[in-house]
Design a protein around this ligand. Structure first.
Ligand SMILES: Cc1ncc(COP(=O)(O)O)c(C=O)c1O
Length: 435
């Protein structure tokens, strides 16, 4: 590469990705084919509009590529209408609201601290919470959503749309019950399946397609595609409003976006083809089997998981019993080459920047071919790291916290136990090359 500065950083990042256990549940390793499409000449093209209705010339092949991506998604998800142009998940959700709501309408979604997403009506600091009125539901003390309470809140707040989908919820959704709640108040039903798309396609999580009106998914998580998103309108949605597909398309372009990223569209098409194979179904099944073994190992080591385990690809460790913040544990795990993220736990007494938990998952390490035996080992390493740093306490005074984190980081870098785990992690990763 001509730019030595950037190319050396990319090489270092490639090495990092291969030598760590990548356990952030929203990340994954794409195939070479997906990366080749993302880095192809398609990035040179402008294609404002939709296939066969473009504002620029020269889109003969781009039209074919986008048609293929749409057809593959329709077939795989069994939906009548697909838009593959959203730049990412957040703009895709914005497009749904733009298409179906008016400013000031009520959006009902799960609280961020309980595992919801910013775009589901998080108050004040997001567009979804500022231009719409949020009605946020929470989880119970045990970390689970109480559907009766959700039903009551819906009747009280009369949302125009109910968003079902999360970033840190380890359990399966009862899509049928959600539809009943939506119907009871005449709300649109948006299923945001960003995290679990791969599990749905792989047949290990029930699909919302028979129940939801609109489905949004990012393409870069369990689906293992490029960074992007898709919006799908179901038969239900079209029955509710025959123009819904058209409204969604118009909201994506021209309302919110300009030209689609054709290189990403091609990579999405490739990812969808890969996801339609028996090998992908086996992958999805293994993600969940791995997550269950990892969760059990962590609990056997005395750790607390929200909802006491997992049904899907992720879990949240509640560190309140250890009295250590997620920041310290996440930093210590990174020193040991295990990459997770700090995360709030249900009813977290701490602020989001110093939350009481960590979130971790198995999609990326399962892509590398790791199985139950490795999960058992990884769970033990994680428990050892947590035990090693459990004595660190976040200073009471806010002004002291920055310096405390800095000092702790330096200490963790010198910690011998973490260094030993890191050495063993690197040995393990060498046996499971990234694709
Ligand atoms: C459930 C959910 N919705 C939406 C998004 C937003 O996607 P993006 O980060 O691509 O904007 C995410 C990403 O974390 C997500 O998990």
């Amino acid at each position: 590469m001509a730019d030595a500065e950037i190319s050396s950083l990319i090489a270092l990042e490639e090495k990092r990705q291969s030598e760590v256990l990548e356990m952030i549940p929203s990340e994954n390793y794409t195939s070479k084919a997906v990366r080749e499409a993302t880095g192809s000449v398609l990035t040179n093209k402008y294609s404002e509009g939709y296939p066969h209705k473009r504002y620029y010339q020269g889109n003969t092949y781009i039209d074919e590529i986008e048609d293929i991506a749409i057809e593959r998604a329709k077939k795989l998800f069994k939906v009548p209408h697909v838009n593959v142009q959203p730049y990412s998940g957040s703009p895709a959700n914005a497009a749904v609201y733009f298409a179906l709501l008016n400013p000031g309408d009520v959006i009902m979604g799960l609280k961020l601290s309980a595992g919801g997403h910013l775009t589901h009506g998080h108050p004040q600091v997001t567009f979804s919470g500022k231009y719409f009125r949020p009605a946020q539901y929470d989880v119970e003390e045990d970390g689970r959503i109480n559907m009766d309470k959700v039903a009551d809140l819906a009747i009280m707040t009369k949302p125009k749309i109910i968003v079902v989908g999360t970033t840190a919820y380890p359990r399966i959704y009862d899509w049928k019950r959600w539809k009943e709640i939506c119907d009871s108040v005449g709300a649109y039903f948006l299923a945001d399946i960003s995290h679990i798309t791969g599990l749905i396609i792989g047949g290990v999580h029930p699909t919302p397609v028979p129940y939801a009106d609109i489905i949004m998914t990012t393409t870069h998580k369990t689906l293992r595609g490029p960074r992007g998103a898709m919006l799908m309108v179901t038969d239900q949605g079209i029955k509710k409003d025959p123009m819904m597909g058209d409204k969604i398309d118009k909201a994506v372009f021209p309302a919110l976006q300009g030209g689609p990223h054709d290189n990403v569209t091609a990579a999405i098409a490739i990812a969808l083809k890969e996801a339609s194979t028996p090998a992908f179904r086996a992958y999805a099944k293994q993600i969940v089997m791995n997550a269950k073994v990892l969760a059990k190992t962590l609990m056997d080591q005395g750790l607390t998981l929200t909802t006491d385990g997992t049904d899907n690809h992720l879990m949240v460790v509640d560190l309140r019993p250890q009295k250590v913040v997620g920041n310290i544990v996440a930093e210590a795990l990174e020193v040991a080459n295990i990459v997770v993220n700090k995360n709030s736990v249900p009813h977290d007494p701490n602020p989001p920047f110093y939350p009481s938990g960590i979130r971790l998952g198995t999609p990326a390490i399962t892509t590398r071919g790791m199985k139950e035996k490795q999960m058992n080992q990884i769970g033990k390493w994680i428990a050892q790291v947590i035990a090693e740093v459990s004595h660190y306490r976040l200073p009471e005074k806010k002004v002291d916290r920055g310096l405390f984190l800095k000092k702790t980081r330096v200490e963790l870098m010198k910690n011998k136990k973490l260094a030993t785990i890191r050495k063993n992690v690197i040995i393990l990763t060498k046996k499971f090359p990234v694709p």
